[in-house]
Write a protein that binds this ligand. Sequence first.
Ligand code: SAM
Length: 235
Amino acid sequence: MYEILSKVRRLIPNRGKRYSFYDVGFHGDKYLIQLVDSLIKDCRYFIETGANVGTTLAYMAKTYPHIECISCEPDKGAYREAVKNTSSYTNSRLFNETSQQFISRLREKMADLFSEKCLFWLDAHGYGFDWPLKEEVEFITSNFGSGLILIDDFLVPGEECFKYDMYKGQTCSYDFIKDSICKDKNHRVYYPAYTDRTSNHHPLTGWGLISFGCERELNIPDDLKSKINGPIDFG
Ligand SMILES: C[S@@+](CC[C@H](N)C(=O)[O-])C[C@H]1O[C@@H](n2cnc3c(N)ncnc32)[C@H](O)[C@@H]1O
């Protein structure tokens, strides 16, 4: 009996959830990785929501040892894997909680970060938890003075080759979050301008970048300029 059960567990690991760890973050998308490399230069913190098994968290902590990398993951199995995958990086901190709880933690215990320039990677969705994207955008843009928000699985307008997410009939897109962006701060929106898939392990996945409270447009490196579309004029 025990043998049969352990065979079944091996065939259906973690009750159907896939816990796959990769050496490289951000879906292994070469251009997104280059963009992150230029954005992080101005930041002291990388803040992620939805770590899963810590692929992007470990990548950031390993690649940028001088950056504090903080994330949350409510799924116990994924969290345990993420802890293992990030345990050798002293600049990484991970909380076993939802983004909604993580937001309360930032507000109540880590408010000193509000004056720091942070790069956010909002990627909390699925696994049966409530989708926190609007709350995240509202909290970040109202409390942090300025910052950079990358949203994963985002609809890239006019580019059907990019996959994006939908929850309960709502599309992960600028239209969905635009009213959650703090009205007192300026913001700019950027999208990918490439259509080639550079990842060995993931399909082409949409993203959006929102800079808020920043005086100037982003300084995109010359070799990346043709790959990034923005700032978008919503005129
Ligand atoms: C696509 S995976 C994240 C991948 C990871 N960010 C990376 O780049 O390696 C999405 C994760 O979000 C988590 N999640 C779902 N709802 C969440 C919520 N409300 N708060 C925080 N995490 C959530 C899921 O458990 C899942 O592990």
